[in-house]
Design a protein around this ligand. Sequence first.
Ligand code: GAR
Length: 212
Amino acid sequence: MSRRIAVLVSGGGTNLQALIDAQARGGLGGGTIAAVISSKEGAYALERAARAGIPAYVMPRGDFPDSRAMTVALRDKLRALDIDLVVLAGFMHILTEELIAAYPNAILNVHPALIPAFCGAGYYGLKVHEAALAYGVKLTGATVHFVSAEPDGGPVILQRAVEIRAGDTPEALQRRVMEEAEWQILPRAVALFCQGRLAVEGRTVHILGGTP
Ligand code: GAR
């Protein structure tokens, strides 16, 4: 049974592109990107969806009084589209428990750091890389995890480390973390989910059949 995937975006959509490219080469474990939902009108991610022929929808945060109302509307949309897996790919809003209850262990997020470092409320986009450089760590990377009620706090699925180089700017580091880590591990985690190979036990995610 092919899983129907919705990708939620807010910006450029390079992670969405990595998923589109993976699907084109049969690399999503049989899953199909059935919808892209953007929280921002005019986000370049919408362009990418259009080029790939994927139905796209816009649900601006400003249309809703609070994040609960936005989450409920999103949940209803995802149900109406018969979605099995929700992927947050640069989605810049914290969702409330209504969505997590509707999709238990079926929402993935990609975060541009090695969780539990540089994560949680306030750590998103470039700010994460600014924080890693300000702290002076030598290694950073990316994490794909299941979404729980705690921001960036759900069980970790895959991580990949990236070295920090002398002279790195936040922008240079962001680009390298995307290329070397995010665009690799996000499609891989989606494929593992679609193949039914992720088993959650407490905080631990077991990868059935071995780590890819
Ligand atoms: C990515 O680096 C993603 O990990 C990050 O925003 C960027 C979106 O880029 N997400 C977060 O910080 C969420 N906490 P993209 O739109 O090109 O995929």
